[in-house]
Structures are given as structure tokens and as C-alpha cells.
Design a protein around this ligand. Sequence first.
Ligand SMILES: [Zn+2]
Length: 137
Amino acid sequence: MEQRCPRCSREKPPAAGRCACGWDFAAGRLTGQAAVAEASALSAEAWASWICPVVAWGSQAVLNLTLRGVPGMGPVWLLAGVIQLALIVAGLYLGGKILSLGRDAVPKSARRAAIVGVALSGGTILLIVAVAVASSL
Ligand SMILES: [Zn+2]
């Protein structure tokens, strides 16, 4: 009977120990170079998941220090707000994606980074909503 790779869905002869994508049928996981490459891609995404909201907060702090009270800067604030929101959504998306992969699929350091990313991004969104609600009361 043919075996189907659970990762890339290629059909492989029953005797094949490994798929071309790097899946090891006996071990039930990625091995070798493919495993290293996937781990580093996941780590990069996990890193980006907390860097994105940090950049958003940092840029807001810099703008507050430099542009607050300067007239005619409305479009700059608006543009910055849109970019910051995109960064925060990206952080939440990347962190959520890593955490949804499950405990065994992700290196521990990447999982921790993703938790920080989701907490920062999600916390920021909650803060924005809370401030918006508070100021509309
Ligand atoms: Zn495969």
C-alpha cells in the first residue's frame, strides 16, 4: 500500500523511509535539513510577533516626544496610526499562528516569543478598545 505524506500529501512507496519534503515516516516528524529550516522559519515568525507591537509602541513614543502639539501634523498621526495598527495585527497573527501549531511542533524559545507577541499585541488592542470606550462615555 502506498503511504501518503501527512505534510505535503505526496504518495510514497511503502518502503520509503522519508519523503522528499523531509518528513520521516518512521519518526512521524520532519528530520534533517527540513526540520532545521522549519524551526528557523518558525523562530523568525515568533520573533516578529513581538517585535511588531514593540515597534508600534516605540514609534508612538517617538511621535509623542517629537510631534505632540505641532500643528498641521494630522495626516502624519493618521498614517502612523494605520501602520501601528497593521504592525499590531501582524504581531497577533504571527504569534497566534505559532501557538496554534501546538506544543510539539514549535521550539520552546519560539513558543515563548509567540506568547509574548500575542500578549503584547492582544493587550494593545484591548487597551485601544478600552480607551475608545472610556473616551466615548
Ligand atoms: Zn512530504
